[in-house]
Design a protein around this ligand. Structure first.
Ligand SMILES: Cc1cc2nc3c(=O)[nH]c(=O)nc-3n(C[C@H](O)[C@H](O)[C@H](O)COP(=O)(O)OP(=O)(O)OC[C@H]3O[C@@H](n4cnc5c(N)ncnc54)[C@H](O)[C@@H]3O)c2cc1C
Length: 550
């Protein structure tokens, strides 16, 4: 053997972890299985299991491709005609097609049996682990249904295609399509939270009022998924801010006066296109009562907020899966990381955060399945804001910590961690940012009859745990004192979220999980992960979180 050949092999690769490629994300997720069953989604287990295989396999691969090949805006064709097209990589279409064919935007509406929202949340939780950007149009299409139903003739025309399990990405009028997707455009340059500052105007084409045609003139500063077939949007008439359905095409088949200006160059969420648009006399139909645009579109926003909870829980779970898997195999100093006490403390702490987020999201799914029950309706009203605030707020920090468990590898694009981290902040911003959710909690508790009682009925007396009982008393005192309550709204919302999570974990009966959660979370905020107190069964918590390759 010549010397040069001998040196060509510089080293042996060892102490790298086995790939997780192709793993069934449902089968490796014990907490998901338990919470799905607990809240009545078990009848859908076979399809969720099938989706778990897709999400860990082909969709995971598609997720990488759809983010490496970002959508591209084409304003004109080669002959100079305005076309306003956003072109996506085939992987994005694969993600959309698979999700729609498996009922992610439609299941609870098409098959509204008990547990349907819980089952759909599980599907969404799996999908977003593979790729979260496509979740934006999927969510909006799911969430538009209650708002569209406020205008029955529009609902009759659109809903069969909104709920079809067929993905049809062609840029043609909805009449020619087998299925459609729906977007939402509210935010303008001068105000996103403050939609009442909107300047877009709507002019009646004929007679004014609900269900009637209008021409819209104005702009939207954020309009995600601009290739959707229609958008719920807000514009002023003489009677106030009203809600409209604005399709991409006019009834005669020509393109509507809906102009994409440019795509946003975003921190993350790369597979999804977010645009700025202008309406230059765009035809749109009024949905709901004239002047009641905000309550109309809130029907949609409430569900997208729920999906932000599910989406952030999902990102956290994928980050945990990667961290726990890595540490189960990687040795430092001759010993696998998952057996070393300080890493056990970190992993167990991350696992608690992930499971508590999932528990609250699934509990919210159950409330959506039971809105006919007054208590559940009030619970959903409040916990939409509480959960959206808390879970979305926890995600970026938790994912950063999970990345660090992989060391340098967690900072490198080939692992999914950088993408999860980039994706995480957006759920806290869109659909009402953090402060807006906390102010909404105050609004719900002070202005909507029965919501405060519903909260304390849900929390009960601490379920036999003195620490939770004391914490609930603290929350009661916090709300009873109305001095500077806005100033304290984040702390109050955090406390409500933690108490609800603690209560759910206690009820579920896994003492290792609930005890560790209560001991660490109810003691005070502002924690760094990996600071669980003495006495926590970290080995059991880590084992519960670690994917077992089968
Ligand atoms: C990637 C991406 C995609 C988006 N897609 C869409 C879309 O498809 N359709 C759409 O309509 N919008 C979309 N948005 C816009 C998003 O919903 C808004 O950015 C968001 O609602 C905040 O509005 P704003 O940006 O105008 O911020 P502002 O309203 O100016 O708020 C700024 C900050 O002030 C806080 N704040 C507001 N009011 C108060 C108060 N009273 N007290 C204390 N703090 C307060 C907010 O919480 C926020 O942190 C998207 C945003 C992003 C980042």
């Amino acid at each position: 053997m010549s010397l040069s050949h001998e040196y060509a092999e510089t080293h042996e690769v060892f102490n790298q972890v086995p790939p997780l490629d192709g793993v069934n994300l449902y089968r490796i997720d014990l907490p998901l299985q338990e919470w799905l069953r607990r809240f009545g989604g078990d009848w859908a287990e076979a399809r969720i299991d099938a989706y778990g295989a897709l999400a860990g396999g082909p969709l995971m691969q598609a997720g990488f491709l759809a983010n490496e090949n970002r959508p591209v805006f084409k304003s004109h064709d080669r002959y100079g005609h305005r076309i306003d097209l956003v072109e996506f990589h085939p992987a994005y279409h694969e993600l959309m097609r698979t999700a729609i064919e498996h009922g992610l935007p439609s299941l609870p509406w098409s098959d509204p049996r008990p547990g349907a929202n819980v089952a759909r949340a599980a599907l969404t939780y799996l999908h977003s682990q593979a790729e979260a950007g496509s979740g934006c149009p999927l969510t909006m299409t799911f969430a538009c249904v209650p708002a569209l139903r406020l205008q029955p003739e529009i609902a009759e025309r659109w809903l069969p295609k909104v709920l079809a399990t067929s993905y049809d990405p062609r840029n043609v009028p909805m009449e020619q399509k087998s299925g459609v997707t729906i977007g939402m455009a509210m935010t303008e340059k001068q105000g996103g939270t403050d939609v009442r500052a909107n300047t877009t105007r709507a002019y009646p084409v004929g007679i004014p009022g609900s269900g009637q045609a209008y021409e819209l003139v104005g702009h939207k500063w954020f309009c995600s998924a601009p290739m959707c077939d229609a958008f719920l949007t807000l514009a002023y008439t003489d009677k106030g801010l009203s809600c409209f359905l604005l399709p991409r095409h006019r009834p005669d088949g020509t393109r509507n006066q809906f102009y994409v200006q440019r795509l946003k160059n975003k921190l993350g969420n790369w597979a999804n296109a977010s645009s700025e648009v202008e309406y230059r006399g765009a035809l749109a139909w009024m949905v709901g009562e004239e002047g009641r645009g905000v309550p109309t579109i809130i029907e949609m926003v409430a569900l997208t907020r729920f999906d932000c909870m599910v989406g952030s829980s999902s990102l956290m779970r994928q980050a945990l899966t990667q961290a726990a898997h890595h540490c189960a195999h990687r040795k430092v100093g001759g010993r696998v990381l998952a057996e070393q006490p300080l890493m056990q403390n970190v992993l167990a702490d991350l696992a608690l955060e992930s499971e508590a987020a999932l528990a609250l999201s699934m509990r919210m799914g159950r409330a959506l399945d039971n809105l006919h029950d007054e208590q559940e309706d009030r619970f959903a009203r409040l916990v939409t804001a509480v959960g959206k605030y808390w879970i979305c707020k926890r995600a970026p920090e938790m994912i950063a910590e999970a990345s660090e468990c992989l060391g340098g590898a967690g900072y490198v694009e080939e692992t999914i961690l950088p993408r999860l981290y980039r994706e995480a902040p957006v759920n806290s911003i869109w659909e009402g940012s953090g402060n807006v959710q906390c102010l909404d909690v105050l609004r719900a508790l002070s202005k909507e009859p029965g919501v405060l009682d519903a909260l304390f009925a849900e929390l009960g007396d601490g379920h036999g745990d003195a620490r939770l009982a004391a914490f609930i008393q603290r929350i009661k005192a916090g709300f009873a004192d109305t001095d500077d309550i806005q100033y304290r709204a984040r702390q109050l919302t955090e406390d409500v979220a933690l108490a609800l999570q603690a209560k759910l974990l206690l009820e579920a009966g896994n003492n290792t999980v609930s005890d560790a959660f209560i001991a660490s979370r109810l003691a005070g905020g502002g924690r760094v992960y990996g600071t669980l107190p003495r006495g926590v069964d970290v080995e059991a918590l880590v084992a519960r979180a670690t994917p077992h390759l089968i």
